[in-house]
Design a protein around this ligand. Structure first.
Ligand code: KIV
Ligand code: ZN
Length: 434
């Protein structure tokens, strides 16, 4: 990441507004095995969950939500298997989700026996709409549900011996909750838990549904951040979903507005349009010279494992990861990239600066070998590059111009990419067989 610098188009001294940037990585929490899994047509098997868990550990996640152990046999067994087979590294904490119901909390504690580091994640829905149409309850009753669960978990935490135990509360549907109601409930839960600076509570403020522009979510986080009681005893976590397609932007703004921790998934799998994509967020940091503290250097392997477990392909244009993101189809882009790479070598600059390639594909174990692909938008440079590298034909400049017109004409008619073999055939037709 040292070869990248924060993009700073405006001179700092010309700024009339605060300069906010993300200067360090948040605490990452992967929810691939819970939110991601619950959104799959066929949820992962125990073995698939295990494969995904091992990947998440290898990528350096230290907090991993492994599921909702009280919800199903598979979820329970998976939790037991991790603990009984000693598969959780000493520095990794497993997070478990649970509703505020006594029997579910008891079952979750049963599943957790023997774990060495746990975040118990309690949630209940707080939004105005859900209070009215789902629960037919007032804000006080909803708060009481949260407090009842908090009390129960507090009373049982001693059952987990030799365990670093932490508590997380989510006012689910936070983005649809009046802020004064959310604040009141969060303050009440924090007080009930007895959070201290040494035993911080995690308050996770989800955009369960992304309901507005990213700045509005960030404003909500900032509003809470500046008003919560016992702020020094709280970690503010964010949990953005992607209903408006803005989860990455919303996350970045929310981190600048007081969020310290973020829950998301690899490539953004999750309910409906997904959770926020942690790969994009982490590599956005990386491209600004900030150490993301996640190891994403072998993107092809990461994609293979995730696609295998979720059976959801990564889109070819997915930021940083997609199969096509290091290709350039247009001739002027191809030319600029070649010149940029040449200049980089000559300058011996410590910084990566190549037109159209925001990061070095090699950093992700990718190459741009496929950059030179020929279609109707390619210029002379691309065509001559193909002929030279594949067949050793070196064309003079005037011939390059002439022949690229031939290729463009052919490609316009074909309406598809032109293959190397077709280029060779056309070359022969025009210059050799004539
Ligand atoms: O999106 C959401 O609100 C959730 C909660 C359970 C945190 O997934
Ligand atoms: Zn969610």
């Amino acid at each position: 990441f040292e070869k990248y610098r924060p993009y700073q188009p405006i001179n700092l001294k010309d700024r009339t507004w605060p300069n906010r940037q993300i200067t360090r990585a948040p605490v990452w929490c992967s929810v691939d095995l819970r939110d991601g899994n619950q959104a799959l047509i066929d949820p992962m098997t125990v073995d698939q969950k295990l494969k995904m868990f091992k990947l998440l550990v290898a990528l350096n996640f230290k907090e991993i939500e492994i599921g909702f152990p009280a919800a199903s046999g598979t979820e329970y067994q998976f939790c037991r298997r991790l603990i009984e087979e000693n598969l959780i590294p000493h520095d990794v904490c497993v997070q478990v989700l649970c509703q505020s119901r006594d029997h579910l909390i008891e079952r979750t504690f049963e599943a957790l026996q023997g774990a060495h580091s746990v975040i118990f994640h309690l949630y209940n829905s707080t939004s105005k709409l859900q209070r009215e149409v789902v629960f037919n309850a007032g804000a006080e009753e909803i708060q009481e549900i949260a407090l009842k669960g908090t009390r129960k978990i507090k009373s049982m935490r001693g059952q987990l011996k030799n365990c670093r135990f932490r508590f997380q509360y989510s006012p689910e549907s936070f983005t649809g909750t009046e802020l004064d109601v959310a604040l009141q409930i969060c303050n009440a839960v924090t007080a009930e838990w007895g959070a201290t600076p040494k035993d911080k509570i995690i308050l996770n403020l989800p955009a369960t549904v992304e309901m507005s522009t990213p700045n509005i979510y960030a404003d909500m986080i900032e509003w809470m951040h500046t008003r919560l009681d016992k702020r020094d005893s709280i970690i503010i976590s964010i949990h953005p979903h992607n209903d408006r397609g803005c989860a990455v932007a919303a996350s970045e703004l929310a981190l600048m507005a007081g969020g310290e921790r973020i829950e998301g998934t690899l490539f953004g799998n999750g309910e409906r349009t997904g959770n926020v994509d942690i790969c994009t967020l982490a590599l956005n940091l990386y491209s600004q010279g900030v150490d993301p503290a996640l190891y994403l250097g072998d993107m092809p392997t990461i994609m293979e494992i995730v696609e295998g477990c979720t059976r959801i392909p990564v889109h070819p244009r997915h930021p940083y990861a997609g199969d096509l993101v290091y290709t350039a189809f247009s001739g002027s882009h191809q030319d600029a990239i070649n010149k940029g790479l040449k200049a980089l070598k000559q300058k011996h600059s410590p910084y990566w600066e190549v037109p159209y390639l925001p990061i070095d594909p090699h950093d992700l174990n990718r190459t741009y070998e496929a950059v030179i692909r020929i279609n109707s938008q390619s210029g002379k440079g691309g065509v001559s590059y193909i002929l030279e590298t594949n067949y050793g034909f070196k064309m003079p400049r005037s011939m390059q111009v002439e022949f690229s017109k031939v290729i463009q004409h052919y490609s316009d008619k074909k309406q598809k990419e032109v293959t190397t073999l077709e280029i060779r055939k056309l070359f022969y037709e025009h210059y050799v067989d004539k």
